[in-house]
Design a protein around this ligand. Structure first.
Ligand code: ATR
Length: 279
């Protein structure tokens, strides 16, 4: 019987993860089955238990279960602890390991696929929810000249910065305080794009030659990327690369081999997915 993996989410019908992992498995000649499981909002833990009892070897976790998944795991990696969220579960007998590959996925997409070095750059991270929490520590690890977290609810940005505060280069504020500042890299980690909305950014935050990155992906440009283009950002990038890279890191954790992500990204681009969150 094939080894079983899945993604838990609600909703999960939009998920590209089954297609991504099927492509990785074919490429790496791994005999595995990967399905999407819609868990009830109040039934995530039971759904995981059932999956493990049925021989499940590992799982991806997406909205809205990434935080609850921390409680399911008996052991957390450091990056999952800092993020306070788990997107990858490994079932080893009765032991459950929780990891978070989102930050890795973002950094790998930026530095490897897009040749965008973060070190020494001025970086603006929009949002202070789960998506921002997953990437803030890996971003800081790359030693940007400055990292500013901006959020609609400024207090949440301050809380997030305090959670990881270990660098003078880290700042936090609301959107109005961004007026007069500009950045080389602006990352949208809010869920605004999901609702077709734009975070209330002041004009002028995109420095000449800057890269605008929306963690969301989908058909056409998100309102954030349209705004960034009008404001003079030189490069506009959606989150498809991050999605595939975080999945590749999960695949490496589960199967011990790293798939080539380039053909898988090309396959997904050709399929033109509908707007969606990561995973
Ligand atoms: P997730 O886990 O996906 O990050 P979340 O914890 O609900 O979800 O966080 C959503 C983030 O998107 C928050 O930073 C939220 O801002 P608030 O903390 O002020 O709610 C942000 N967000 C959602 N819609 C937004 C919008 N229209 N404009 C700006 N920020 C928005």
């Amino acid at each position: 019987m094939s080894d079983r993996y899945c993604v838990f989410g609600n909703p999960v019908g939009h998920s590209r993860s089954p297609a991504i992992h099927a492509a990785f498995a074919a490429q790496c000649r791994q005999d595995l089955m990967y399905e999407a499981i819609l868990a009830p909002r109040d039934g995530f833990v039971d759904a995981v238990r059932r999956f493990v009892a049925g021989g499940g070897r590992g799982a991806s976790v997406t909205v809205p279960f990434k935080e609850e998944a921390c409680l399911v795991a008996k052991r957390l990696t450091d990056r999952a602890k800092i993020a306070g969220a788990v997107n990858t579960l490994v079932f080893e007998g009765s032991a459950v390991l929780g990891d978070n590959t989102d930050g890795y996925g973002l950094l790998r997409d930026l530095t490897h696929n897009l040749s965008c070095q973060v070190t020494g750059k001025r970086v603006l991270l929009l949002g202070a929810g789960g998506a921002a929490r997953g990437v803030i520590a890996p971003l800081l690890d790359t030693q940007p000249a400055a990292l500013v977290v901006a959020n609609r609810t400024a207090a949440r940005a301050h809380d997030l910065a305090q959670r990881v505060s270990r660098a003078d280069s880290l700042g936090a504020c609301g959107y109005p305080q961004l007026a007069g500042q500009s950045f080389d890299l602006v990352i949208n980690a809010t869920s605004a794009s999901l609702g077709g909305k734009l975070p209330p950014l002041p004009e002028g935050v995109f420095a000449a030659g800057s890269l605008a990155y929306d963690m969301m992906y989908g058909q056409g440009r998100t309102p954030f990327l349209v705004f960034a283009g009008r404001q003079g950002a030189a490069r506009l990038v959606d989150g498809l690369g991050m999605l595939v890279e975080q999945a590749a890191e999960a695949f490496r954790i589960w199967r011990g081999m790293r798939p080539d992500t380039t053909p898988v990204m090309a396959m997904l681009r050709a399929a033109e997915p509908a707007p969606s969150a990561t995973q």
